[in-house]
Design a protein around this ligand. Structure first.
Ligand code: 5GP
Ligand code: MN
Length: 341
């Protein structure tokens, strides 16, 4: 798939004057890491390269080289609209449906630029991009970008900035190399990235050892007061209301990882996190083994993602979201009975 598309991609990169890199709403380590990795790589060609995201990245990624080059529609509306309308090549990173980029979607659809998808989520929409690199077996979009750079013959252009960004994407999307999506080749790729000489332990420190005291207290509160266990200890969920989030001054990214802690309990096979935000309830699903939480997200909560990590939403109040979840679960457990044993 990579080799089929690579010539076409390179011709478009070389012909482009204005390249824009987009990624999904509510940025994470992979969307920012893959955006900045590609940005630092493409800067070595002729075109002007910019990054336009739907909304701001969480502060735990602010240290990344080139972070100041990430524009977002929420806080730089005029600039982003201008860049999107002048683009002749647009990259769509870490999402596979235009609905994943919020209000940026209408500018993407309107644009006559050639569009390139690089993504690793399930069920890609093949219609909105001209060139599609979709590999659902890839641990991260950052890893796919590395492979595309190698296939294009530009390995020498992987400098420390490119490597730091791609490493961050791979580390965050693999849960520091522990998810089953981590393959032997992931470690080979990371070894190659590390050979550029960036400080990998500093990357981990900046991502994982820089929590605010409020965030630690919010985590403690969630685990102590809000964790519920169902179905003989096999399913756990945590819900947080807007008031509870306010009490701990929660900002972007501060609830990331809570759902993994709920999953990390002995005997728990599946975990759900529900978060109230501006009239909708954002849902996160995680599972062990091959329990397909992406099915639950796409069938019942207008979402999708990966087999073991997916997300969606519920329109309404948090109690109704919990009620819907608790009502659906017995059937879901029955349908996947063997996987819960
Ligand atoms: P998280 O729970 O960390 O927000 O998301 C987990 C995974 O599910 C990510 O790979 C993310 O891209 C995907 N995901 C999260 N929310 C949505 C959503 O609303 N729709 C779809 N299709 N995927 C989502
Ligand atoms: Mn990703």
């Amino acid at each position: 798939m990579i080799s089929e598309n690579i010539q076409n991609l390179l011709e478009n990169i070389k012909a482009a004057k204005n390249i824009v890199i987009t990624a999904h709403k509510s940025p994470d380590g992979d969307s920012i890491g893959s955006s900045l990795g590609l940005f630092h790589f493409l800067k070595q060609f002729e075109a002007d390269v910019t990054i336009c995201h739907p909304d701001k990245a969480p502060p735990f990624l602010e240290w990344m080289p080139g972070f100041e080059s990430v524009n977002d529609l929420e806080s730089q509306e005029d600039k982003v609209i201008d860049l999107m309308s002048n683009a002749d090549l647009i990259f769509c990173l870490d999402y596979n449906s235009s609905s994943r980029i919020g209000h940026l979607e209408k500018y993407l659809i309107k644009s006559e630029a050639k569009k390139v998808m690089i993504d690793h989520h399930r069920d890609p929409d093949m219609e909105f991009c001209d060139i599609v690199f979709s590999d659902i077996t890839s641990c991260s979009t950052a890893q796919l970008i590395y492979e595309i750079i190698i296939a294009s013959g530009y390995e020498k252009r992987i400098n420390q900035e490119v490597a730091t960004a791609l490493y961050t994407g791979i580390v965050t999307d693999t849960g520091s190399f522990r998810f089953s999506s981590t393959l032997p080749k992931t470690h080979n790729i990371v070894a190659k990235l590390m050979e550029t000489g960036f400080n990998h332990s500093l990357v981990h420190e900046q991502i994982y050892d820089a929590n605010s005291l409020d965030r630690i207290k919010l985590t403690s509160f969630a685990m102590l007061e809000k964790l519920e266990i169902l179905h003989n200890g096999m399913i756990s969920y945590i819900s947080l209301t807007q008031n509870e989030l306010k009490r701990f001054n929660a900002g972007k990214g501060d609830t990331e990882g809570l759902v993994n802690m709920a999953l990390g309990i002995q005997g728990v096979r599946m975990a759900v996190f529900l978060k109230e935000s501006d009239g909708i309830i954002k849902m996160s699903f995680r599972s062990k083994g091959v329990i397909p939480v992406s099915d639950m997200a796409s069938k019942h909560f207008q979402g999708g993602g990966h087999l073991n990590a997916s997300g969606g939403k519920f329109v309404g109040n948090i109690n109704n979201a919990i009620e819907k979840l608790v009502t659906i679960l017995p059937n879901f457990v029955k349908e996947n009975k063997a996987l819960f044993e």
